[in-house]
Design a protein around this ligand. Structure first.
Ligand SMILES: CC(C)(COP(=O)(O)OP(=O)(O)OC[C@H]1O[C@@H](n2cnc3c(N)ncnc32)[C@H](O)[C@@H]1OP(=O)(O)O)[C@@H](O)C(=O)NCCC(=O)NCCS
Length: 143
């Protein structure tokens, strides 16, 4: 799938060189070969990247979640991030659309994501891409 000159793809395995590229592209990632390989070994985990002329400019991670009350699963988007210099060019939308297609192909009926109430950029993005907002408060527990 493309958005202007961008390409979007799912990554299902990484070697040391690709991991170095990913870590360099996203300083928050700090991925090790061991943990990213474990993530990718699970077919219900998705790592999506957007490239511009071979360079990674966007990344999303998501999970296929089974439901006990519905035979159809759902997709939870855990993170989506576009390089600052490449925003507002359709990369985020292209990654969302890619995830929707992946979800449909796996029989999912819904896709959802959380955004902090004060994060107006993300909220505007999700509204613009067709997301239906509902209020909820998230609680974290340290384990
Ligand atoms: C949110 C984010 C992923 C959007 O990616 P993007 O590639 O810039 O988004 P797109 O270009 O596909 O935007 C699609 C539409 O969403 C809306 N939108 C996107 N960013 C917006 C912003 N900052 N303010 C208002 N509307 C915005 C617009 O309607 C846009 O269409 P337009 O540019 O034609 O007006 C990107 O801003 C980002 O990486 N932010 C930092 C990380 C983050 O906040 N992630 C989400 C955490 S919940």
């Amino acid at each position: 799938m493309t958005a202007s000159t961008f390409t979007v793809e799912r990554i299902t395995s990484v070697g040391a060189a690709e991991l170095a590229t990913l870590n360099a592209a996203f300083s928050d990632l700090h991925g090790t070969l061991e943990n990213i390989s474990a993530f990718l070994a699970d077919p219900n985990n998705f790592l999506i990247v957007a490239r511009l002329e071979g360079r990674i400019v966007g990344r999303a991670t998501a999970h296929l979640l089974a439901r006990i009350d519905d035979a159809r699963a759902e997709i939870f988007i855990n993170s989506i991030d576009v390089h600052r210099a490449q925003r507002r060019k359709g990369v985020g939308r292209a990654m969302l659309e890619f995830l929707k297609e992946l979800g449909r192909a796996r029989g999912a009926s819904e896709m959802w994501v959380l955004a902090e109430g004060r994060d107006s950029n993300a909220i505007n993005f999700y509204i613009a891409t067709g997301g239906d907002a509902s209020a909820a408060t998230m609680f974290d527990y340290d384990l």
